[in-house]
Design a protein around this ligand. Structure first.
Ligand code: GBH
Length: 466
């Protein structure tokens, strides 16, 4: 059993622009779909918005100092599209790009590798008004935006990611309606998925024209570690259908240049897929240098008599399904420990995904672009924040990574979600994923005990008991 991570393994932490930056109205930034959504009553728990978030936009230097203290070798962040290209079209906003230039320079000065994500869900509202992701034009807009950021930062950022979790953008945003823009239209969601794939391909092409040859290009997916509750044929078929909609809808065009035949037939009552034009999937299949995997919890399914997801999908009961075309599937709460999101703690799901892509995409390096857990952290009387459950979660998942490495998976790095407690989308500030505690009254940062533990792992490359 391997106990040490390879030398050169990237130890990082991740954030996303809307979740941490705040400064929502500064330097010419216009609203994104998340500003609109969060300012609409009833959409986000507690009426929370990202207007201030963790105040990272004005605490950049302090936050980079914190990262250095934690011994991070890499930092994954996203660029806010409406901050750098306010209308989603045309020239860049100088102020917006200056922020990211300064951030990257601060990181490089401390020996921290920047990993830049172009799109972590904050579409300029103007582009949503023009049709959003269900409109093909949005993919073209994304390619222009990618070019503009690539030109501005290509000389100093070596790791690039086009999209973060396009599944969430398409299906939580346009089918279930629990994420921005909050639409509930199954056909639109499948169109959105295709146009996100196309945006990835066009964006990757655009980046290659401006990035140096050694820049590495990736996409960050949230493939489902989906299991059938029993080996009964009906349950296995439910697993296949969810796998098609969660994972293969992105990985098959990206890695093999075609949509899965079973996905097309499962979704036939909803769409004939005529929005896929000749040549599109060749564009989507742009050679990647790494595949980013975000993993939190497994999904357990069985055949069901109706297709309403139960609470185990993390989006509440009675809502609309984010699985258009999956038919009758029941989602189950696996037994065992759970996080504050009510997600199961199950590192085997991560191991299984790493081994799956080792088999299905041989030669493609893997990066865990997100993994982590929310717990109800509270400072004690001395102001210290002890989070032994998070340490146990991280330890168990890093152990699964070691196991996969030992079994031949080419895993190049691990990014903890998240550096800071932050705006947890539809849950607002009620869920804390950070290794660093944020007091939302003062915006003061306090590293939790998990941050100290992670710093030691990053420094030594070994998993030590807490
Ligand atoms: C990530 O989303 C995001 O990238 C990040 O911004 C966010 O803060 C973080 O994780 C924590 O939530 O099969 O219907 O049960 C993860 C979103 C949550 C999407 C779990 C899939 C289960 C889908 N994922 N969810 S379901």
């Amino acid at each position: 059993m391997t106990v040490t991570f390879p030398t050169g393994f990237l130890w990082g932490a991740a954030t996303a622009a809307y979740q941490v930056e705040g400064a929502a109205r500064e330097d010419g930034r216009t609203p994104s779909i998340w500003d609109t959504f969060s300012r609409t009553p009833g959409r986000v728990l507690g009426g929370d918005t990202g207007d201030t978030a963790t105040g990272h936009y004005h605490r950049r230097e302090e936050d980079v100092r914190l990262m250095a203290e934690l011994g991070l070798g890499a930092y994954r962040f996203s660029v806010s599209w409406p901050r750098v290209q306010p209308t989603g079209r045309g020239p860049a906003s100088r102020g917006g790009l200056d922020f990211y230039r300064a951030l990257v320079d601060d990181l490089l000065a401390r020996g921290i590798q920047p990993m830049l994500t172009l799109y972590h869900w904050d579409l300029p509202q103007e582009l949503e008004d023009a049709g959003g992701w269900p409109a093909r034009e949005t993919a073209r807009r994304f390619a222009d935006y990618a070019l503009l950021v690539g030109e501005a930062l290509g000389d100093r950022v070596g790791l690039w990611t086009t999209l973060n979790e396009p599944w969430c953008s398409a299906f939580l945003g346009y089918a279930a309606g629990v994420h921005a823009p909050g639409r509930t239209d199954d056909e639109a969601a499948l169109r959105a998925a295709h146009h996100l794939n196309l945006a990835h391909g066009l964006g990757a092409q655009a980046l290659r024209t401006v990035l140096p040859a050694d820049a590495r290009l990736s996409v960050a997916l949230n493939p489902a570690a989906v299991r059938a509750r029993t080996p009964a044929p009906g349950d296995l078929d439910a697993q296949r259908r969810v796998d098609a909609l969660a994972t293969r809808i992105f990985t098959e065009p990206m890695l093999r240049g075609a949509y899965p035949a079973d996905l097309i037939s499962d979704t036939e009552p909803i769409t004939d897929w005529s929005f896929v034009r000749d040549g599109d999937t060749d564009i989507v299949k742009h050679p990647l240098d790494a595949l980013g995997i975000n993993y939190y919890a497994p999904t357990v399914v069985s055949a069901a008599t109706d297709n309403r997801p139960d609470r185990s999908d993390g989006h509440g009961a009675g809502g609309r399904s984010p699985w258009p075309g999956a038919g009758r599937v029941a989602f189950h709460r696996p037994p065992g420990k759970r996080t504050a999101m009510d997600w199961a703690v199950d590192p085997t799901g991560l191991y299984d995904l790493l081994m799956r892509f080792t088999r299905e995409a041989p030669g493609l390096p893997l990066i865990i672009t997100e993994n982590g857990a929310a717990y109800d952290d509270k400072p004690d009387a001395d102001g210290a924040v002890h989070d032994p459950e998070r340490i146990a979660y991280l330890h168990a998942h890093l152990d699964a990574v070691l196991r996969a490495l030992g079994d031949g998976a080419d895993v190049r790095g691990y990014f903890l979600w998240s550096l800071l407690d932050n705006f947890e989308w539809a849950y607002g500030y009620s869920k804390r994923f950070g290794a660093v505690y944020v007091d939302y009254a003062t915006l003061a940062r306090t590293p939790k005990s998990s941050a100290r533990w992670y710093a030691r792992v990053a420094r030594t490359g070994r998993l030590t008991p807490s």
